[in-house]
Design a protein around this ligand. Sequence first.
Ligand code: F6P
Length: 319
Amino acid sequence: IKRIGLITSGGDAPGMNAAIRSVVRTAESKGIEVYAFLRGYAGILDKEYKVLKFSDVGGIMEKGGTILRTARVLEFKLPEVRKEAADILRELKIEALVVIGGEGSLTGAKLLMEEQDIPVVGIPGSIDNDIPQTDMCIGVDTCLNTTIEAMQKLKDTASSHERAFIVEVMGRGSGYIALMSALSVGAEAVIIPETPVDFKAIAERIWEERQRGKVNSIIVVAEGAASAYTVARHLENRIGFETRITILGHIVRGGSPSAFDRILASRMGYEAIKSIVEGEYGVMIALSRSNMIRVPIESVLSEKKELDMEILKLAKILS
Ligand code: F6P
């Protein structure tokens, strides 16, 4: 293999740059050239790329976002558009494509390989941690750290003013960020898409805690479960004290990656190139029990990642 393509695709995640750096530098060490396309699949279709060398990826590891930029390219759902992309990759003599991204991006990669015979390797990058068969995705750890830092600050104000804060966090289809951040800050309640919400029970609990002398409450809600405004409407009259709403939104998707994400991304980028050199394609690099493993993208996409509901029980016991 002499030349590969590289994209970051879908929602950005802190650590993507560390993965880019690792892919480029490991590839160079094996004599492989990297054509890095801008804006995910859009850059392939627009033939917008840079050939990245060792020195081009210096000083990017600590940066949030992705230097290659990213996009959600909806037209890539069309087979004729995937064919167009594959033709361009062939024309540029690109022999394999590394895709760093979430579920949608991996689906595009899988179809490129199935329909167009383009060898692909995936690297899971998504703050939601909703990709099956990997313990962690790139960006999750940093996102959680940013989330709890913000919540900790809100707790100060919640205590000072004796208020309940309803904090909405990202997670359209997954309550992972909500649940883990709730556990990490000792939130009084967490509302996630995976389980039905019982506003009456939440209100009763907060009210009882207040009677016991607790002066603040944090209620975490995943955007995919309900909006913070809906939660506030349901709770305010029942709990009898002031609520405030904070929507953390995209704040938690940015920022310099944590040590964990830098290490994870560096290992995954390295493993992706190793997989290419060994001729193993159609796989996603995954973290399993501290090891780097390769799992078929097809099997990853055929599953849905389940949240560990014991953690929900734990969060309830500990707060
Ligand atoms: O997939 C990551 C994620 O941040 C989700 O948690 C969120 O729902 C979505 O992306 C938001 O996407 P966008 O930035 O395209 O609005």
